[in-house]
Design a protein around this ligand. Structure first.
Ligand code: HEC
Ligand code: HEC
Length: 338
């Protein structure tokens, strides 16, 4: 019995570590029932999960720029985490948090280092929420991390998740068409998000009640360093999640339409994040749609903002290959070779 177990784990180790630690285990989020934090007991864990859930759905009311307690004004806009991370941050292909506790710590090119869950939360605090970082020992950070942990329960560490992040789209071989995007915006987005991208408040300015329909541009939304400000990332999100009610199974826009309408949205002004030149310090792995300087490949700012991306992706692939060759372990010289 023992010997058998040992043989099994040895086989797993030889196969590249899969097995015992769950590394590489495939887990689908597509039909996973969303857990309900109300069912947790009223103990310390249950309470913190519920606080995390509330922070996620009512961010504006608890740590937004209009809350009474000035010390708690961590977010710089009146969005909620769920303005993007839909369905309590459990919707497949809307950057669900399910499994995040199992996939972090992970290497992130934006920092060129290993990031923890806490750092990832603060990544969105400083960019998507245009605010400041939550202190690691704050009740709010602990609540976010605990809520993420709760959503991730049962997912093996190192799992490969289906339904995580955003679902890929085919990248058009052309620059985005802003005029076509503007027309589409008027037809398919403006009814909720407003002709000027201003969204629709639940109440009035200053009441910390947030939005029914969140703003897409202007002062009260994500800043230019956010993942949603990248055209390819936002295209994937919008195609599979917008207009409201859309899922990856029922897209309303096709790949080209999503690309054009998002380009129009991202052509509009939004808050500016300081020191973006410090992002992606390794440079060789800066994403092609990160539309802020420095541009490492000699292509124009306009092309990084609006495409066409396939030529930039080809250059990026070559940079990555060159870099990988440079850091690959040296093979011992063949015998007799000089
Ligand atoms: C404007 C949209 C937006 C808002 C609002 C937002 N995020 Fe995000 N978030 C994203 C995008 C886009 C990604 C993934 C792309 C990337 O890595 O840049 C992401 C990724 C994440 C991840 C990692 C998910 C994974 O699969 O690795 C976490 C955790 C996260 N966000 C936490 C938060 C928290 C906490 C809040 C609220 C305080 C928040 N986000 C608000 C857009 C948003
Ligand atoms: C029926 C109303 C409705 C329509 C139409 C709609 N949205 Fe949204 N949108 C929402 C709501 C509500 C949210 C917040 C997330 C949620 O609750 O589902 C949102 C969130 C977003 C977000 C992320 C949050 C933010 O503030 O940036 C983006 C980006 C977005 N929508 C883009 C679009 C685009 C582009 C279109 C048109 C193709 C569109 N939406 C059409 C209701 C709508």
């Amino acid at each position: 019995m023992k010997a058998k177990l040992f043989a099994a784990s040895l086989a797993a180790i030889l196969a590249g570590g899969a097995g015992a630690a769950g590394e590489g285990a495939k887990t689908s989020l597509l039909d996973r029932p969303a857990p309900n934090p109300e069912n947790l007991p009223n103990d310390a864990y249950g309470k913190l999960v519920r606080y995390g859930h509330e922070l996620t759905t009512r961010t504006f009311a608890l740590i937004g720029p209009e809350v009474q307690d000035k010390e708690k004004r961590f977010a710089g806009n009146n969005l909620a985490c769920t303005s993007c991370h839909q369905d309590n941050a459990t919707k497949p292909y809307a950057m669900p948090w399910t499994g995040v506790s199992a996939t972090f710590p992970q290497y992130r090119s934006r920092e060129d280092s290993i990031s923890t869950v806490e750092e990832r939360v603060n990544g969105c605090m400083e960019r998507s929420m245009n605010g400041r970082a939550l202190p690691l020992d704050s009740p709010e950070m602990k609540a976010f991390v605990t809520y993420i942990h709760y959503l991730s329960r049962g997912i093996p560490i190192g799992a490969q998740l289906e339904g995580a992040g955003t679902k890929p789209t085919k990248v058009p071989e052309r620059r985005a068409d802003l005029a076509a995007g503007e027309a589409l915006y008027g037809k398919t987005c403006a009814a909720c998000h407003g002709m000027n991208g201003e969204g629709q408040r639940r109440g009035k300015v200053g009441d910390a009640e947030g939005y029914i329909f969140p703003p897409l541009w202007g002062n009260d939304t994500f800043n230019n360093g956010a993942g949603m400000n990248r055209l390819l990332t936002a295209t994937r999100f919008v195609k599979h999640n917008m207009p409201q009610g859309t899922t990856h199974l029922t897209p309303v826009l096709n790949d080209e339409e999503a690309y054009d309408v998002v380009a129009y949205v991202l052509s509009k002004p939004r808050p500016i994040k300081a020191s973006l030149d410090k992002d992606f310090p390794a440079r060789w792995n800066k994403p092609v749609d990160a539309a802020f300087p420095p541009y490492v490949d000699g292509a124009s700012a306009d092309q990084h903002r609006y495409g066409p991306y396939p030529p930039l992706m080809e250059m990026a692939k070559q940079r990555a290959q060159a870099r990988n060759a440079a850091v690959a372990p040296q093979k011992p010289a063949a015998e007799g070779a000089k």
